[in-house]
Design a protein around this ligand. Sequence first.
Ligand code: ZN
Ligand code: ZN
Ligand code: FE
Length: 755
Amino acid sequence: MDEAVVLRVRGRVQGVGFRPVVFRLARGLGLRGWVRNDASGAEVALGGAAEAIARFQAELPGLLPAAARVEAIAGGAAGVELPPGFEIRSSAEGAGARVALVLPDLATCPACLAEVMNPRDRRHRYPFTNCTHCGPRFSIVEQLPYDRAHTTMKGFEMCAACAAEYRDPADRRFHAQPNACPVCGPRLTWAGPAGEALAEGDEALRAAAAALGRGRIVAVKGLGGFHLMADARDGAAVRRLRERKRRDEKPFALMFPSREAIEAACEVSAAEGGWLESQAAPIVLLRRRGGGDDLAAEVAPGLPWLGAMLPYTPLHHLLMAELGFAVVATSGNISDEPICIDNAEALERLGGIADFFLLHDRPIVRPMDDSVLAVCEGGPIMMRRGRGLAPGTIALPGAPDGWLGGGAQMKNTVAVTAGGNAVLGPHIGDLDHDGAARLWPQTVRDLLDLHGLTLERAAADLHPDYASSRGAAGLCAAPELVQHHHAHIAAVMAEHGLEGPVLGIAWDGTGLGDDGTIWGGEFLVCTRAEYRRAAWLRPFSLAGGDAAAKEPRRAALGVLREMGSAAPAPGLSAEEAAALEGLLRGGLNVARTSSAGRLFDAVAALLGVCQVMAHEGQAAMRLEALAGEVAAPAYPFGWRGNELDWQPMMEELLAGGEEPAVAAARFHAMLVEMMVAAARREGLADVCLSGGCFQNRRLTAGAARRLAEEGFRVWRHRDIPPNDGGIALGQLAVAAARAGRKTAGRACQGGGDRA
Ligand code: ZN
Ligand code: ZN
Ligand code: FE
């Protein structure tokens, strides 16, 4: 009556305690066989009574650890030798793409935290405590399968006590690859600016806390890289950090000692609290409670939101418990360069910023900034996917392995296809910066190697000057070119499994259109493979090239002249205005744009909110903040052919007489009504929202609500940023759909420079 079967389990099963679960279940049912990780996930061989095998298959899904995701279980008859009992075997080296999904790093679980805080536990105050439910994953894995020998823990030999836990199927640390304790694991070092060691272990941690309390800037090596930390209550310390880091007014993220401490400073909804305490432990943008907190004004000047996070490793828990107050915890870098991960590199690059260094000797494989999100109408708006969320996967059924989506220029991420998924790498950054530009090819190589992939094809933005477009062309002849806003919408479609046609509303700052002008206020009727530009915001001219995108006053000038108004533009001297108007008249160094982002800029300038931006998106953020919770009717607008015309709005706005907050609210409402009007005109049931403008919660919430009221199905991003961090996924979705229709794809020929 004995039967045998082999199960192949795919999905997130490595590094989440999957094998112990299988082990216990199989033993409990009296089954023989084994379980092992393989390149695609895990393999389970079972022998025994047919009834027991059936029960195993029925019960397994319900017993999986929270972080596990089994995508398919396909049976296969076994001609395999089964041992007399059940055992956990070492990993199989398989051929083909390693599509087992690597897990992101997981925030410390309650059981580990309790041990760290328990004076009688052998891991009391040990900053590198972890188990199968928590701890480092993607930041330490060098290759798959996920075994200790393939992580940066390979240099630490487990002591007898740790090894016993690791081998004991009943233990929480059974096969916990980064398992460690104070006897055998990584250690802290407290170092001065030249790298000289001043203290070790717990003394190092206490020294860091003391220095922060004295207003010093401390570089702290964490999970995905270094943070620069400073007492968030200490205006002088925060100011010094801004100066040394060459950071303008852009808000700093804060790490708080507890949920209660966050709630003292900010309003926290149930959904926001859920994210704060999730194992992804991202930075969550929260609305500040006006006044009453002890945070320095320098932390987030002029904005009503605060980026807050909770400690997510034992190191951070111990440090924050010691401090008892919030600290600035900003990426360890200068301006927008990639975050530092290496001790020597940090000492060199951060030496001019940090007064001290809290180091450790567990190497970090790849830089990962903290993830950032906001909650809108109960759902997340991803701003940045990094530590805790990357790598992520979105199903792209039928997509061949080894394709690359090169991403955009700003907020770049890359993605590759593996096993019918797009695997999305962590946030890289703005490729205008050398450091990020250097990280781009490294990340591409890393994602391919990690999954055992050979690069077959690449997809890239239509813009030939994006570093990612050049990079993709350098790696692969004739990349599939994808229009920027089509990629935005295709990313939403991929997330929700939509094939189209949908009406895609793609609003952002800039993206090259197929007519050579700058797009950014687009209504595209999309399938995954194709799009038609159905409508767009009325274009206007921007004088002065790249600088125009940083100066809302130039957008205001362009809008005024476009509508034939001779009114003086705000924030420009007579001479500056004359020079720019000369450019506008001559048409030289002038770009036409339908960008919604630039329209935000123009309105911000006209309302006196922002003339020159210190950082990207500042004007729109201020306008959103200004509108606050004000309810006001939409400004009027019109149609000119396929163009949605903002001139009626501008005329009313310029006529004045309204509070700036009311004007800002009416502007937001008008944009929403423009979307409704375009959706009605096209008459498609599904409307997809994407592009950087949908980081604006007021705009997103308004659009989602009004379009739903009008009977449309509204699709927003869920796991993917609406900003250019989502472009890589969209490029792959478009390329895969187009390839599906062609008879034969062209294999990658290596460098495409000759093309
Ligand atoms: Zn744990
Ligand atoms: Zn140990
Ligand atoms: Fe964009």
